[in-house]
Design a protein around this ligand. Sequence first.
Ligand code: NAP
Length: 545
Amino acid sequence: MSVAQAARSNGEADPAVDFDAVIIGAGVSGLYQLYRLRELGLRVRVFETGSGVGGTWYWNRYPGARFDSESYTYAYSFSQELLDEWNWNERFAGQAETERYLNHVADKFDLRRDIQFNSRVAGARYCEETRSWDVVLEDGRRYGTRFLITAIGVLSAPTMPRIAGVESFRGQSFHTHYWPKEPVSFEGKRVAVIGTGATAVQAITEIAKTVGHLTVFQRTPNWCAPLHNARIGEDEMRRIRASYPEIFARCNESPGCFIHKPDRQSTHEVSPEEREIFWEKLYGEPGFGIWQGNFRDILTDRAANALISEFIARKIRQRVKEPIVAEKLIPKNHGFGTRRVPLESGYYEVYNQPNVKLVDIKTPIERIIPTGIRTSDAEYEFDMIIYATGFDAITGTFDRIDIRGIDGVSLKDKWKDGPQTYLGVLVEDFPNMLMVMGPHAALGNFPRAVEYNVDWVTGLIRHARDRGVTRIEATAAGVAQWTDHVKASAEGLLFNEIDSWMTGVNRNVEGKQTRKIMRYSGGHPVFREHCDAVVADGYRTLALG
Ligand code: NAP
Protein backbone atom coordinates (compact mmCIF):
# COMPACT_ATOMS: atom_id res chain seq x y z
CA MET A 1 0.00 0.00 0.00
CA SER A 2 1.46 3.38 -0.97
CA VAL A 3 1.47 6.33 1.40
CA ALA A 4 -1.25 8.01 -0.62
CA GLN A 5 -3.37 4.84 -0.53
CA ALA A 6 -2.78 4.52 3.20
CA ALA A 7 -3.97 8.07 3.67
CA ARG A 8 -7.08 7.43 1.63
CA SER A 9 -7.85 4.19 3.49
CA ASN A 10 -7.62 6.18 6.73
CA GLY A 11 -10.47 8.27 5.45
CA GLU A 12 -8.36 11.39 5.01
CA ALA A 13 -8.88 13.89 2.24
CA ASP A 14 -7.48 12.71 -1.06
CA PRO A 15 -3.95 14.04 -0.92
CA ALA A 16 -4.03 14.61 -4.67
CA VAL A 17 -0.35 13.93 -5.09
CA ASP A 18 1.37 12.73 -8.22
CA PHE A 19 3.98 10.86 -6.22
CA ASP A 20 4.50 9.44 -2.77
CA ALA A 21 8.04 10.75 -2.91
CA VAL A 22 10.05 13.10 -5.07
CA ILE A 23 13.80 12.77 -4.81
CA ILE A 24 15.97 15.66 -5.95
CA GLY A 25 19.19 14.37 -7.51
CA ALA A 26 20.31 11.13 -9.18
CA GLY A 27 23.76 10.90 -7.63
CA VAL A 28 25.08 8.34 -5.16
CA SER A 29 22.32 9.22 -2.63
CA GLY A 30 19.40 9.66 -5.00
CA LEU A 31 19.98 6.37 -6.82
CA TYR A 32 20.04 4.36 -3.64
CA GLN A 33 17.07 6.24 -2.16
CA LEU A 34 15.06 5.45 -5.28
CA TYR A 35 16.01 1.77 -5.04
CA ARG A 36 14.88 1.58 -1.40
CA LEU A 37 11.60 3.46 -1.83
CA ARG A 38 10.68 1.32 -4.78
CA GLU A 39 11.10 -1.70 -2.54
CA LEU A 40 8.35 -0.18 -0.37
CA GLY A 41 6.13 -0.06 -3.44
CA LEU A 42 5.95 3.73 -3.50
CA ARG A 43 5.41 5.93 -6.52
CA VAL A 44 8.68 7.81 -6.79
CA ARG A 45 10.09 10.32 -9.24
CA VAL A 46 13.68 11.55 -9.26
CA PHE A 47 14.38 14.95 -10.79
CA GLU A 48 17.93 15.36 -12.03
CA THR A 49 19.47 18.47 -13.58
CA GLY A 50 22.02 16.53 -15.62
CA SER A 51 21.36 14.32 -18.61
CA GLY A 52 22.78 11.27 -16.84
CA VAL A 53 23.15 9.67 -13.43
CA GLY A 54 26.11 10.13 -11.10
CA GLY A 55 25.80 13.59 -9.53
CA THR A 56 29.31 14.62 -8.53
CA TRP A 57 30.71 11.97 -10.87
CA TYR A 58 28.54 13.13 -13.74
CA TRP A 59 29.55 16.79 -13.45
CA ASN A 60 33.17 16.85 -12.28
CA ARG A 61 34.86 15.37 -15.35
CA TYR A 62 37.85 17.71 -15.22
CA PRO A 63 41.27 16.24 -16.05
CA GLY A 64 42.60 14.17 -13.15
CA ALA A 65 39.27 13.85 -11.30
CA ARG A 66 39.34 10.71 -9.17
CA PHE A 67 38.51 9.26 -5.75
CA ASP A 68 40.54 10.02 -2.70
CA SER A 69 38.80 7.12 -0.95
CA GLU A 70 39.74 3.56 -1.88
CA SER A 71 37.41 2.49 -4.72
CA TYR A 72 36.32 -0.68 -2.95
CA THR A 73 35.31 1.29 0.16
CA TYR A 74 33.29 3.68 -1.99
CA ALA A 75 31.12 0.97 -3.61
CA TYR A 76 27.53 0.41 -2.53
CA SER A 77 27.34 -2.50 -0.12
CA PHE A 78 23.60 -3.19 -0.31
CA SER A 79 23.69 -5.76 -3.10
CA GLN A 80 25.87 -8.86 -2.91
CA GLU A 81 25.29 -9.44 -6.60
CA LEU A 82 26.62 -5.97 -7.39
CA LEU A 83 29.68 -6.55 -5.20
CA ASP A 84 30.26 -9.91 -6.87
CA GLU A 85 30.11 -8.66 -10.41
CA TRP A 86 31.86 -5.28 -10.30
CA ASN A 87 35.65 -5.13 -10.70
CA TRP A 88 37.48 -1.95 -9.81
CA ASN A 89 40.42 -1.21 -12.10
CA GLU A 90 42.24 1.24 -9.89
CA ARG A 91 42.81 1.58 -6.18
CA PHE A 92 41.42 5.12 -6.50
CA ALA A 93 39.07 5.13 -9.47
CA GLY A 94 39.02 7.98 -11.93
CA GLN A 95 35.85 9.92 -12.77
CA ALA A 96 35.14 7.83 -15.89
CA GLU A 97 35.28 4.54 -14.01
CA THR A 98 33.04 5.84 -11.23
CA GLU A 99 30.53 7.28 -13.67
CA ARG A 100 30.51 3.88 -15.42
CA TYR A 101 29.90 2.18 -12.09
CA LEU A 102 26.94 4.40 -11.23
CA ASN A 103 25.49 3.87 -14.71
CA HIS A 104 25.88 0.15 -14.20
CA VAL A 105 23.95 0.43 -10.92
CA ALA A 106 21.19 2.45 -12.62
CA ASP A 107 20.89 -0.15 -15.39
CA LYS A 108 21.14 -3.20 -13.18
CA PHE A 109 18.29 -2.06 -10.95
CA ASP A 110 16.32 -0.50 -13.80
CA LEU A 111 16.34 2.86 -12.02
CA ARG A 112 16.18 5.11 -15.07
CA ARG A 113 12.46 4.66 -15.67
CA ASP A 114 11.75 6.75 -12.55
CA ILE A 115 14.39 9.40 -13.22
CA GLN A 116 13.48 12.53 -15.13
CA PHE A 117 16.72 13.98 -16.54
CA ASN A 118 17.37 17.57 -17.65
CA SER A 119 14.94 18.63 -14.93
CA ARG A 120 16.20 21.20 -12.46
CA VAL A 121 14.01 21.73 -9.42
CA ALA A 122 13.54 25.48 -9.04
CA GLY A 123 11.31 25.49 -5.99
CA ALA A 124 9.16 23.47 -3.64
CA ARG A 125 6.34 24.69 -1.41
CA TYR A 126 4.65 22.82 1.40
CA CYS A 127 0.86 22.86 1.56
CA GLU A 128 -0.58 22.16 5.01
CA GLU A 129 -4.04 21.43 3.67
CA THR A 130 -2.91 18.48 1.56
CA ARG A 131 0.17 17.68 3.65
CA SER A 132 2.15 17.59 0.48
CA TRP A 133 4.81 19.45 -1.49
CA ASP A 134 4.30 21.29 -4.71
CA VAL A 135 7.52 20.87 -6.67
CA VAL A 136 8.25 23.27 -9.52
CA LEU A 137 10.82 22.63 -12.22
CA GLU A 138 12.77 25.37 -13.92
CA ASP A 139 10.63 24.92 -17.05
CA GLY A 140 7.45 25.53 -15.04
CA ARG A 141 6.18 21.95 -14.76
CA ARG A 142 4.71 21.17 -11.33
CA TYR A 143 4.25 17.94 -9.40
CA GLY A 144 2.61 17.12 -6.08
CA THR A 145 4.34 14.76 -3.67
CA ARG A 146 3.80 13.58 -0.12
CA PHE A 147 7.51 13.46 0.71
CA LEU A 148 10.25 15.65 -0.64
CA ILE A 149 13.65 14.03 -0.34
CA THR A 150 16.75 16.08 -1.01
CA ALA A 151 19.67 14.00 -2.29
CA ILE A 152 21.60 16.98 -3.58
CA GLY A 153 25.05 16.29 -2.19
CA VAL A 154 27.26 18.66 -0.22
CA LEU A 155 29.43 20.01 -3.03
CA SER A 156 27.02 20.62 -5.90
CA ALA A 157 26.72 24.41 -6.10
CA PRO A 158 29.90 25.59 -7.87
CA THR A 159 31.03 29.16 -7.34
CA MET A 160 32.87 31.50 -9.64
CA PRO A 161 35.28 33.95 -8.08
CA ARG A 162 34.10 37.46 -7.42
CA ILE A 163 36.71 38.99 -9.68
CA ALA A 164 35.82 41.81 -12.06
CA GLY A 165 35.97 41.11 -15.77
CA VAL A 166 35.28 37.35 -15.78
CA GLU A 167 32.84 37.76 -18.67
CA SER A 168 35.32 39.77 -20.72
CA PHE A 169 37.87 36.98 -21.32
CA ARG A 170 38.11 36.09 -25.02
CA GLY A 171 39.77 32.67 -24.69
CA GLN A 172 38.30 29.38 -23.46
CA SER A 173 37.25 29.22 -19.83
CA PHE A 174 35.77 26.50 -17.64
CA HIS A 175 34.74 25.94 -14.07
CA THR A 176 36.04 22.47 -13.17
CA HIS A 177 32.53 21.37 -12.10
CA TYR A 178 31.09 22.14 -15.53
CA TRP A 179 33.87 20.47 -17.49
CA PRO A 180 32.70 19.57 -21.02
CA LYS A 181 32.18 15.98 -22.12
CA GLU A 182 34.29 16.59 -25.23
CA PRO A 183 38.07 16.31 -24.81
CA VAL A 184 39.93 19.57 -24.11
CA SER A 185 43.48 19.91 -25.39
CA PHE A 186 46.13 21.87 -23.51
CA GLU A 187 48.91 21.28 -26.01
CA GLY A 188 50.77 24.43 -26.91
CA LYS A 189 48.31 26.49 -24.87
CA ARG A 190 48.92 29.08 -22.19
CA VAL A 191 46.66 27.93 -19.39
CA ALA A 192 45.77 29.55 -16.06
CA VAL A 193 44.32 27.66 -13.11
CA ILE A 194 42.74 29.70 -10.32
CA GLY A 195 42.55 27.83 -7.01
CA THR A 196 44.61 25.22 -5.19
CA GLY A 197 42.02 23.03 -3.44
CA ALA A 198 41.61 19.26 -3.92
CA THR A 199 40.12 19.79 -7.39
CA ALA A 200 42.90 22.09 -8.58
CA VAL A 201 45.60 19.80 -7.20
CA GLN A 202 44.28 16.94 -9.33
CA ALA A 203 43.67 19.09 -12.41
CA ILE A 204 47.01 20.92 -12.28
CA THR A 205 48.94 17.65 -12.06
CA GLU A 206 47.17 16.25 -15.11
CA ILE A 207 47.20 19.42 -17.19
CA ALA A 208 50.92 19.94 -16.55
CA LYS A 209 51.62 16.71 -18.47
CA THR A 210 50.69 18.21 -21.83
CA VAL A 211 50.34 21.97 -21.40
CA GLY A 212 52.31 24.58 -23.32
CA HIS A 213 52.62 26.84 -20.28
CA LEU A 214 50.73 26.70 -17.00
CA THR A 215 50.27 29.48 -14.45
CA VAL A 216 48.71 28.59 -11.10
CA PHE A 217 47.06 31.38 -9.10
CA GLN A 218 47.17 30.41 -5.46
CA ARG A 219 45.40 32.37 -2.74
CA THR A 220 45.86 29.81 0.06
CA PRO A 221 48.14 26.78 -0.22
CA ASN A 222 46.83 23.47 1.15
CA TRP A 223 48.66 20.62 2.85
CA CYS A 224 48.72 17.82 0.29
CA ALA A 225 49.84 14.22 0.74
CA PRO A 226 50.55 11.43 -1.76
CA LEU A 227 47.65 9.32 -3.06
CA HIS A 228 49.75 6.32 -4.20
CA ASN A 229 47.28 5.11 -6.78
CA ALA A 230 47.85 1.75 -8.51
CA ARG A 231 46.01 -0.66 -10.73
CA ILE A 232 44.03 -3.47 -9.13
CA GLY A 233 44.85 -6.81 -10.74
CA GLU A 234 42.56 -9.84 -10.85
CA ASP A 235 44.12 -11.48 -7.80
CA GLU A 236 43.90 -8.35 -5.73
CA MET A 237 40.26 -7.84 -6.77
CA ARG A 238 39.52 -11.42 -5.70
CA ARG A 239 41.08 -10.71 -2.30
CA ILE A 240 39.13 -7.48 -1.97
CA ARG A 241 35.89 -9.21 -2.88
CA ALA A 242 36.47 -11.89 -0.29
CA SER A 243 37.06 -9.21 2.37
CA TYR A 244 34.13 -6.91 1.65
CA PRO A 245 32.40 -7.69 4.96
CA GLU A 246 35.53 -6.77 6.95
CA ILE A 247 36.21 -3.72 4.76
CA PHE A 248 32.72 -2.30 5.31
CA ALA A 249 32.77 -3.19 9.00
CA ARG A 250 36.09 -1.38 9.42
CA CYS A 251 34.78 1.69 7.60
CA ASN A 252 31.71 1.75 9.80
CA GLU A 253 33.83 1.67 12.93
CA SER A 254 35.93 4.69 11.93
CA PRO A 255 34.89 8.30 12.60
CA GLY A 256 34.92 9.29 8.92
CA CYS A 257 33.74 5.94 7.47
CA PHE A 258 37.14 5.60 5.86
CA ILE A 259 39.19 2.44 5.99
CA HIS A 260 41.74 4.38 8.05
CA LYS A 261 41.23 4.56 11.80
CA PRO A 262 43.02 7.01 14.11
CA ASP A 263 45.95 5.57 16.04
CA ARG A 264 45.19 5.16 19.75
CA GLN A 265 48.38 6.94 20.79
CA SER A 266 49.00 10.62 21.30
CA THR A 267 51.76 12.28 19.27
CA HIS A 268 53.50 13.09 22.54
CA GLU A 269 53.50 9.52 23.85
CA VAL A 270 56.14 8.35 21.41
CA SER A 271 59.74 9.42 20.86
CA PRO A 272 60.64 11.77 17.99
CA GLU A 273 62.31 8.80 16.23
CA GLU A 274 59.21 6.61 16.52
CA ARG A 275 57.08 9.49 15.33
CA GLU A 276 59.25 9.95 12.29
CA ILE A 277 59.08 6.24 11.41
CA PHE A 278 55.28 6.23 11.76
CA TRP A 279 54.84 9.34 9.65
CA GLU A 280 57.23 8.08 6.96
CA LYS A 281 55.14 4.91 6.83
CA LEU A 282 51.88 6.85 6.53
CA TYR A 283 53.34 9.18 3.89
CA GLY A 284 54.36 6.13 1.85
CA GLU A 285 50.98 4.41 2.09
CA PRO A 286 47.94 4.90 -0.15
CA GLY A 287 45.06 7.15 0.76
CA PHE A 288 43.98 9.19 3.74
CA GLY A 289 45.99 7.28 6.38
CA ILE A 290 48.20 10.30 7.04
CA TRP A 291 45.07 12.35 7.82
CA GLN A 292 42.54 9.85 9.19
CA GLY A 293 44.88 7.18 10.54
CA ASN A 294 47.36 9.44 12.31
CA PHE A 295 47.95 9.95 16.05
CA ARG A 296 44.63 10.63 17.74
CA ASP A 297 45.49 14.22 18.73
CA ILE A 298 46.85 15.78 15.53
CA LEU A 299 43.56 17.57 14.88
CA THR A 300 42.93 18.67 18.47
CA ASP A 301 46.30 19.42 20.04
CA ARG A 302 48.11 22.49 18.71
CA ALA A 303 51.59 21.17 19.51
CA ALA A 304 50.86 17.80 17.89
CA ASN A 305 49.43 19.53 14.86
CA ALA A 306 52.52 21.74 14.58
CA LEU A 307 54.76 18.65 14.58
CA ILE A 308 52.91 16.84 11.79
CA SER A 309 52.69 20.11 9.84
CA GLU A 310 56.46 20.47 10.11
CA PHE A 311 56.91 16.90 8.87
CA ILE A 312 54.81 17.61 5.76
CA ALA A 313 56.54 20.96 5.24
CA ARG A 314 59.86 19.10 5.15
CA LYS A 315 58.46 16.80 2.46
CA ILE A 316 57.38 19.79 0.38
CA ARG A 317 60.85 21.35 0.73
CA GLN A 318 62.43 18.06 -0.39
CA ARG A 319 60.17 17.70 -3.39
CA VAL A 320 60.17 21.28 -4.71
CA LYS A 321 63.58 22.28 -6.02
CA GLU A 322 63.24 26.07 -5.82
CA PRO A 323 63.17 27.05 -2.10
CA ILE A 324 61.15 30.22 -2.72
CA VAL A 325 58.47 28.22 -4.53
CA ALA A 326 58.49 25.54 -1.81
CA GLU A 327 57.88 28.18 0.86
CA LYS A 328 54.95 29.58 -1.15
CA LEU A 329 53.44 26.08 -1.27
CA ILE A 330 53.67 25.56 2.50
CA PRO A 331 50.52 26.75 4.29
CA LYS A 332 51.20 29.35 6.97
CA ASN A 333 47.68 30.15 8.16
CA HIS A 334 46.45 26.67 9.07
CA GLY A 335 47.87 23.38 10.25
CA PHE A 336 47.91 20.03 8.49
CA GLY A 337 44.49 18.38 8.28
CA THR A 338 42.47 21.34 9.52
CA ARG A 339 41.18 21.69 5.97
CA ARG A 340 40.36 18.77 3.70
CA VAL A 341 43.73 17.27 2.69
CA PRO A 342 44.09 17.03 -1.11
CA LEU A 343 45.74 13.78 -2.13
CA GLU A 344 48.17 14.14 -5.00
CA SER A 345 50.12 12.17 -7.56
CA GLY A 346 53.15 14.32 -8.34
CA TYR A 347 51.60 17.72 -7.59
CA TYR A 348 54.65 19.26 -5.97
CA GLU A 349 56.97 18.09 -8.77
CA VAL A 350 54.84 20.04 -11.26
CA TYR A 351 56.43 23.20 -9.89
CA ASN A 352 59.88 21.90 -10.93
CA GLN A 353 58.78 22.06 -14.58
CA PRO A 354 60.21 25.03 -16.48
CA ASN A 355 56.81 25.69 -18.10
CA VAL A 356 54.94 26.06 -14.80
CA LYS A 357 54.70 29.26 -12.76
CA LEU A 358 53.16 29.80 -9.33
CA VAL A 359 51.63 33.22 -8.64
CA ASP A 360 50.62 33.63 -5.03
CA ILE A 361 48.67 35.99 -2.81
CA LYS A 362 51.51 38.49 -2.58
CA THR A 363 50.44 39.65 -6.04
CA PRO A 364 46.65 39.04 -5.96
CA ILE A 365 44.41 38.91 -9.02
CA GLU A 366 42.90 42.34 -9.71
CA ARG A 367 40.75 41.51 -12.68
CA ILE A 368 40.20 39.20 -15.61
CA ILE A 369 40.91 41.03 -18.85
CA PRO A 370 40.03 40.05 -22.45
CA THR A 371 43.52 38.60 -23.00
CA GLY A 372 44.12 37.03 -19.59
CA ILE A 373 44.61 38.01 -15.96
CA ARG A 374 45.88 41.19 -14.35
CA THR A 375 47.47 40.92 -10.91
CA SER A 376 48.70 43.72 -8.68
CA ASP A 377 52.07 43.67 -10.46
CA ALA A 378 51.71 42.11 -13.92
CA GLU A 379 49.48 41.21 -16.85
CA TYR A 380 49.43 37.58 -18.06
CA GLU A 381 48.13 36.44 -21.43
CA PHE A 382 46.22 33.14 -21.61
CA ASP A 383 44.44 30.94 -24.12
CA MET A 384 42.43 29.26 -21.35
CA ILE A 385 41.39 30.08 -17.79
CA ILE A 386 40.29 27.25 -15.51
CA TYR A 387 38.30 28.16 -12.40
CA ALA A 388 38.91 25.52 -9.73
CA THR A 389 37.25 27.86 -7.28
CA GLY A 390 35.10 25.43 -5.36
CA PHE A 391 31.56 25.31 -4.10
CA ASP A 392 28.99 27.00 -1.95
CA ALA A 393 29.13 23.88 0.17
CA ILE A 394 26.55 21.98 2.22
CA THR A 395 23.76 24.61 2.37
CA GLY A 396 24.59 26.21 -1.00
CA THR A 397 22.58 23.76 -3.11
CA PHE A 398 19.58 24.19 -0.79
CA ASP A 399 19.91 27.97 -1.13
CA ARG A 400 19.64 27.67 -4.91
CA ILE A 401 16.21 26.01 -4.65
CA ASP A 402 13.32 28.15 -3.38
CA ILE A 403 12.18 25.81 -0.60
CA ARG A 404 9.21 27.09 1.39
CA GLY A 405 7.72 25.39 4.41
CA ILE A 406 4.69 26.17 6.59
CA ASP A 407 3.18 29.59 5.76
CA GLY A 408 5.78 30.13 3.04
CA VAL A 409 8.76 30.32 5.41
CA SER A 410 11.96 30.18 3.37
CA LEU A 411 14.62 27.57 4.19
CA LYS A 412 17.36 29.94 3.07
CA ASP A 413 16.15 32.57 5.54
CA LYS A 414 15.76 30.02 8.30
CA TRP A 415 19.37 28.95 7.89
CA LYS A 416 20.94 32.36 7.32
CA ASP A 417 22.78 32.18 10.65
CA GLY A 418 23.68 28.52 10.12
CA PRO A 419 21.72 25.31 9.63
CA GLN A 420 19.34 24.00 12.28
CA THR A 421 18.25 20.42 11.82
CA TYR A 422 17.19 17.30 13.58
CA LEU A 423 19.76 14.54 12.88
CA GLY A 424 20.68 16.35 9.67
CA VAL A 425 17.47 14.88 8.20
CA LEU A 426 14.54 17.06 9.30
CA VAL A 427 13.83 20.75 9.73
CA GLU A 428 11.12 22.32 11.88
CA ASP A 429 8.44 24.06 9.76
CA PHE A 430 9.32 21.87 6.77
CA PRO A 431 7.12 18.80 7.31
CA ASN A 432 7.67 15.80 5.06
CA MET A 433 11.00 17.15 3.78
CA LEU A 434 13.74 14.61 4.44
CA MET A 435 17.37 15.32 3.71
CA VAL A 436 19.87 12.63 2.77
CA MET A 437 23.31 13.87 3.88
CA GLY A 438 21.86 17.21 4.88
CA PRO A 439 23.67 19.84 6.95
CA HIS A 440 24.57 18.55 10.44
CA ALA A 441 24.86 14.98 9.23
CA ALA A 442 28.22 13.24 9.55
CA LEU A 443 30.33 13.59 6.40
CA GLY A 444 33.27 11.45 5.30
CA ASN A 445 33.50 8.52 2.91
CA PHE A 446 30.27 9.45 1.16
CA PRO A 447 28.57 6.19 0.09
CA ARG A 448 29.13 4.57 3.47
CA ALA A 449 27.33 7.48 5.11
CA VAL A 450 24.71 7.63 2.35
CA GLU A 451 23.68 4.01 2.79
CA TYR A 452 23.00 4.58 6.49
CA ASN A 453 21.17 7.87 5.85
CA VAL A 454 18.98 6.42 3.11
CA ASP A 455 18.11 3.35 5.17
CA TRP A 456 17.15 5.61 8.08
CA VAL A 457 14.94 7.81 5.89
CA THR A 458 13.39 4.70 4.32
CA GLY A 459 12.68 3.25 7.75
CA LEU A 460 10.89 6.44 8.76
CA ILE A 461 8.76 6.46 5.61
CA ARG A 462 7.94 2.78 6.12
CA HIS A 463 6.89 3.57 9.69
CA ALA A 464 4.66 6.37 8.39
CA ARG A 465 3.13 4.21 5.69
CA ASP A 466 2.37 1.34 8.04
CA ARG A 467 0.55 3.66 10.44
CA GLY A 468 -1.23 5.91 7.96
CA VAL A 469 0.94 8.83 9.06
CA THR A 470 0.94 11.58 6.44
CA ARG A 471 2.83 14.32 8.24
CA ILE A 472 6.33 14.12 9.72
CA GLU A 473 7.97 17.11 11.31
CA ALA A 474 10.91 17.79 13.57
CA THR A 475 10.00 19.41 16.88
CA ALA A 476 11.51 22.67 18.07
CA ALA A 477 12.98 20.84 21.07
CA GLY A 478 14.47 18.13 18.87
CA VAL A 479 16.09 20.64 16.55
CA ALA A 480 17.48 22.69 19.45
CA GLN A 481 18.87 19.58 21.13
CA TRP A 482 20.50 18.21 17.94
CA THR A 483 21.87 21.59 16.84
CA ASP A 484 23.41 22.10 20.31
CA HIS A 485 24.86 18.60 20.21
CA VAL A 486 26.36 19.21 16.76
CA LYS A 487 27.98 22.39 18.06
CA ALA A 488 29.28 20.65 21.17
CA SER A 489 30.74 17.82 19.07
CA ALA A 490 32.82 20.35 17.15
CA GLU A 491 34.35 21.95 20.24
CA GLY A 492 38.10 21.62 20.55
CA LEU A 493 38.60 20.63 16.91
CA LEU A 494 41.20 22.77 15.22
CA PHE A 495 39.34 22.82 11.90
CA ASN A 496 36.73 25.08 13.53
CA GLU A 497 39.25 27.87 13.68
CA ILE A 498 39.93 27.78 9.95
CA ASP A 499 38.06 29.18 6.95
CA SER A 500 37.11 26.45 4.49
CA TRP A 501 34.05 24.95 2.86
CA MET A 502 33.80 22.65 5.89
CA THR A 503 33.17 25.67 8.11
CA GLY A 504 30.78 27.19 5.59
CA VAL A 505 33.06 30.00 4.42
CA ASN A 506 33.03 31.00 0.77
CA ARG A 507 34.23 34.52 0.10
CA ASN A 508 32.55 34.42 -3.31
CA VAL A 509 29.06 34.12 -1.79
CA GLU A 510 27.15 36.89 -0.05
CA GLY A 511 26.49 36.02 3.58
CA LYS A 512 29.03 33.16 3.73
CA GLN A 513 31.98 35.05 5.18
CA THR A 514 31.76 33.80 8.75
CA ARG A 515 32.40 30.32 10.08
CA LYS A 516 29.48 28.12 11.06
CA ILE A 517 29.07 24.60 12.31
CA MET A 518 27.96 22.84 9.15
CA ARG A 519 28.46 19.13 9.82
CA TYR A 520 28.43 16.63 12.64
CA SER A 521 31.91 16.03 14.04
CA GLY A 522 31.16 13.37 16.63
CA GLY A 523 32.02 10.60 14.17
CA HIS A 524 29.82 8.14 12.33
CA PRO A 525 29.53 5.50 15.05
CA VAL A 526 28.12 8.06 17.49
CA PHE A 527 25.94 9.63 14.78
CA ARG A 528 24.42 6.23 14.09
CA GLU A 529 23.86 5.62 17.81
CA HIS A 530 21.79 8.80 18.00
CA CYS A 531 19.77 7.95 14.91
CA ASP A 532 19.24 4.32 15.99
CA ALA A 533 18.04 5.48 19.40
CA VAL A 534 15.31 7.57 17.75
CA VAL A 535 14.07 4.49 15.90
CA ALA A 536 14.24 2.29 19.00
CA ASP A 537 12.16 4.91 20.81
CA GLY A 538 9.44 4.65 18.15
CA TYR A 539 10.25 8.09 16.66
CA ARG A 540 8.67 9.73 19.70
CA THR A 541 10.98 12.74 19.31
CA LEU A 542 9.27 13.56 16.00
CA ALA A 543 5.86 15.09 15.51
CA LEU A 544 3.95 12.45 13.52
CA GLY A 545 0.39 12.91 12.42
P1 NAP B 1 38.01 24.31 -2.52
O1 NAP B 1 38.72 23.34 -1.69
O2 NAP B 1 37.01 25.19 -1.87
O3 NAP B 1 39.09 25.17 -3.29
C1 NAP B 1 38.76 26.32 -4.01
C2 NAP B 1 40.02 27.03 -4.35
O4 NAP B 1 39.74 28.19 -5.10
C3 NAP B 1 40.78 27.49 -3.11
O5 NAP B 1 42.13 27.34 -3.33
C4 NAP B 1 40.36 28.95 -3.01
O6 NAP B 1 41.27 29.75 -2.29
C5 NAP B 1 40.36 29.31 -4.49
N1 NAP B 1 39.57 30.49 -4.76
C6 NAP B 1 38.25 30.67 -4.61
N2 NAP B 1 37.90 31.92 -4.95
C7 NAP B 1 39.03 32.55 -5.32
C8 NAP B 1 39.31 33.86 -5.74
N3 NAP B 1 38.34 34.78 -5.85
N4 NAP B 1 40.61 34.18 -6.04
C9 NAP B 1 41.58 33.25 -5.91
N5 NAP B 1 41.38 31.99 -5.50
C10 NAP B 1 40.10 31.65 -5.20
O7 NAP B 1 37.21 23.57 -3.72
P2 NAP B 1 37.63 22.23 -4.49
O8 NAP B 1 39.08 22.21 -4.76
O9 NAP B 1 36.71 22.13 -5.64
O10 NAP B 1 37.34 21.09 -3.46
C11 NAP B 1 36.16 21.07 -2.69
C12 NAP B 1 36.01 19.72 -2.06
O11 NAP B 1 35.55 18.78 -3.04
C13 NAP B 1 37.28 19.08 -1.55
O12 NAP B 1 37.71 19.61 -0.33
C14 NAP B 1 36.85 17.65 -1.45
O13 NAP B 1 36.12 17.37 -0.31
C15 NAP B 1 35.98 17.49 -2.68
N6 NAP B 1 36.82 16.93 -3.75
C16 NAP B 1 37.05 15.59 -3.66
C17 NAP B 1 37.88 15.01 -4.57
C18 NAP B 1 38.16 13.54 -4.43
O14 NAP B 1 37.56 12.79 -3.73
N7 NAP B 1 39.10 13.08 -5.05
C19 NAP B 1 38.45 15.75 -5.57
C20 NAP B 1 38.17 17.10 -5.65
C21 NAP B 1 37.35 17.69 -4.73
P3 NAP B 1 41.07 29.94 -0.69
O15 NAP B 1 41.48 28.64 -0.09
O16 NAP B 1 41.96 31.07 -0.36
O17 NAP B 1 39.61 30.24 -0.48
